[in-house]
Design a protein around this ligand. Sequence first.
Ligand SMILES: [Mg+2]
Length: 117
Amino acid sequence: MTTVDRSGSTSKSIAQLQSDVANFVSDRDWEKFHAPRNLAIAITVEAAELIDLFKWSADRAGIKKLMPGLRDELADVMIYCLSLCNQLGLDASEVIEAKLAKNNTKYPVERYKGRWR
Ligand SMILES: [Mg+2]
């Protein structure tokens, strides 16, 4: 399902993206390669590619220059996260909502606003 946010831009729901990722993998018969362990490793590799963009040049180059690479690597991380949810039979939206609820309990605003501990 496509939604319109406050800025007027359209975007797909997480459920639709999770389904798109499942179809992408299935169309290529890649499920056999997408064992949870392999996907967890792939997430870590893609996260390393993301952080690698900041290595050495980030402060001087500025974030704008890094944006194309950041977009790609963020997408890679999120796509593998959605694929891992698919392989584990998890609803990505539900997983995120549940963890945000835990975080809200763990880090109440009145105690943590402007503080990290
Ligand atoms: Mg990548």
